[in-house]
Design a protein around this ligand. Structure first.
Ligand SMILES: Cc1cc2nc3c(=O)[nH]c(=O)nc-3n(C[C@H](O)[C@H](O)[C@H](O)COP(=O)(O)O)c2cc1C
Length: 221
C-alpha cells in the first residue's frame, strides 16, 4: 500500500517523498478470528506498594471485557520461583508452568528499572522454556518514559525462546499522574486505542501461532 506523498521544504529545495503505511490487521474479518484464546497477563513488579497494582486492575477491566479471550492474571509477587532453584523448562518445579503452557499469548506489564526490565521478569522468563515457544508476547510498559527501554530490551530476549513479540505496545509515561481519588488508573487520551491496537495484533498472532503449534507433530507446541 502506498502512502500519501509528503512534501518538505519549499521552492527549489522542496523534496517529495512517500512513505509506506504499515499494513493494518483491522481488515481481518471476525470470522477469521473466531477462536477463543487464552491470554495470560504477567505482572512484572513484585514490590509493595507498587504502581503495577492500579495498572493491572485497569488491564483486567479492559481485557476482561473482551468476548474472545479467557484471561489469566499472573502476579509474580505471589509466585515463588527461587533463583537458586531455577530449572529452565519449569515443568513440575514451577507453580505456574501449567498456566503459562495453557496460554496462547502473553501480555507483560512491565515497569522500567534502571533503563531495563525488573529482575523478576527475567527470572520468570528464564524459569520456563517451552511454555513460551511459538507464542506471541505483547507489552504494556510504564515508568518515567513509559517503559520503552524495558520493552525494547525484552524484544531481544524472547526470540531465544522461540516467542515472537508484537509490533504495537502500550507506553504509560508517569502513570502515577493519572490516578483518581480512589487510586484507580484513568488512562490519558490515546491509551485505550493503543491497548486496543496492541491486543488486536496479539490476537492475530495468537490465533495464527496456535494453528502452527497444533499442526506441528514434532513437539514444538
Ligand atoms: C529500582 C528502580 C529503578 C528505576 N529506574 C527507572 C528508569 O530507569 N527509568 C524510568 O523511567 N523509571 C525508573 N524507575 C521508576 C519506575 O519506573 C516507577 O517507579 C514505576 O512506577 C515502578 O513500578 P512499580 O511501582 O510497579 O514497581 C525506577 C524505579 C525503581 C524502583
Amino acid at each position: 500500500m502506498r502512502g500519501r506523498p509528503i512534501a518538505a521544504g519549499s521552492g527549489s529545495t522542496r523534496v517529495e517523498f512517500t512513505y509506506r503505511r504499515m499494513p493494518s490487521v483491522g481488515a481481518m474479518t471476525e470470522e477469521a478470528l473466531d477462536n477463543r484464546l487464552r491470554i495470560a497477563v504477567v505482572i512484572g513488579s513484585v514490590r509493595r506498594p507498587r504502581m503495577a497494582e492500579p495498572l493491572a486492575a485497569w488491564l483486567e477491566r479492559e481485557l476482561g471485557a473482551a468476548h474472545w479471550l479467557d484471561l489469566d492474571m499472573i502476579d509474580l509477587a505471589s509466585v515463588s520461583l527461587p533463583m537458586h532453584e531455577m530449572q529452565p523448562g519449569g515443568a513440575a518445579a514451577s507453580p505456574i508452568s501449567g498456566r503459562l503452557a495453557a496460554a496462547d499469548g502473553f501480555v507483560f506489564l512491565t515497569p522500567e528499572y534502571n533503563h531495563s526490565f525488573p529482575a523478576p521478569v527475567k527470572n520468570v522468563i528464564d524459569w520456563h522454556m517451552t511454555e513460551w515457544a511459538y507464542k506471541p508476547v505483547a507489552f504494556v510498559g510504564y515508568g518515567g518514559s513509559g517503559g520503552i527501554r524495558a520493552i525494547e530490551q525484552l524484544r531481544a530476549v524472547f526470540p531465544e525462546l522461540r516467542a515472537t513479540t508484537v509490533r504495537e505496545s502500550v507506553l504509560l509515561p508517569m502513570p502515577w499522574e493519572h490516578l483518581d481519588a480512589d487510586g484507580r488508573f484513568v488512562p490519558p487520551p490515546g491509551t485505550e486505542q493503543a491497548l486496543h491496537t496492541t491486543i488486536r495484533e496479539l490476537r492475530v498472532w495468537a490465533q495464527a501461532l496456535r494453528s502452527l503449534r497444533a499442526a506441528d507433530p514434532a513437539g514444538r507446541k
